[in-house]
Design a protein around this ligand. Sequence first.
Ligand code: CU
Length: 172
Amino acid sequence: MKFFTTKAFFALFFSAVVLLSACQPSDSEMNKNPKMAPSTPEVAELTATITDDAFVVDGAWARVGMQGGMSAAYFTISNGLDQDDVLLGATSSVAQATEVHETYDAGEGMMGMRERESLPIAANSLTEFRQGGLHVMFLRLTEELSEGDEVQFTLEFENAGDVTVTAPVRMR
Ligand SMILES: [Cu+2]
């Protein structure tokens, strides 16, 4: 299930307009207890599984973007520890600003996105950053991101500390 049509999705990333229309509201972005029977299509599409006793960021990729423009990175946070954590922020050298964003239903068929300065990561949970949901946003790219490039960014967690992620750049 795709949350955006291709056209709307490109509008999100190549337009300065943050709000856009004709998108379906975002469902749950945190999929807790994925070992249980999936209750939504989003959970059913999850390919990552929780690794016991490990804290892993997996499956990362980033969207192509023009210098001065925007891009975003997607990945899955697998917290197989028995300890809750908190994502406090993200940094990178490819953009003048790197932020943790969530997509939200702004009402009247509009979708918006906004920064999450503190995102709880529950013990024994999978948190999927995906198109139309949570993402790491690169604002004002300092270089062009082309297909085949790799982007590095660092996620800052309260307990897990800094986790540096390498993400291949793709169109979609
Ligand atoms: Cu964003």
